[in-house]
Design a protein. Sequence first.
Length: 170
Amino acid sequence: MGTNGSTMLEPLRQGLPPLDPAAVSNAASCALPARYEAVREARQFTRRTLDQWELGERFDDVCLVVSELVTNALRHALPTSAPCVTEQIPPVRLHLMRWTERLVCAVRDPSDDSPVARDSDDFSAESGRGLFLVDSFSDSWGWHPLAGTMGGKVVWALFLLPTASASVAE
């Protein structure tokens, strides 16, 4: 499952172009308000973005992961008063970044707390399966704290994309 600390970004570093905005072939992001309707907004944003990038066939898996990451940020990373005081709370932000063979979904939130995966054996629980689903539907996931004045953390999920030569061969 996801990790933290210095090894947390290793799956992203292995085989990826440098995490430099100039190296990303496509990137999009949106600020999400501190209310649960933001999950629907995140799904709509993801649909539009993947369609623009001609990745609509990946929507179901990516949308499920985006929904879980945004829900977790809203439920666990915002102060309990956040839905009422949205102007004072830094927004949750969804980032979608595409390289030739990879898509990364990242959700930034203001909490310094690490995401906690619950026991995946308890499928009868009303909640707590979100990170298990992220782990199941993405190729890799992790998180890292944000440094400097921004604070908070980013939780990311990586999806491998078919190469152009693999698509032609099929």
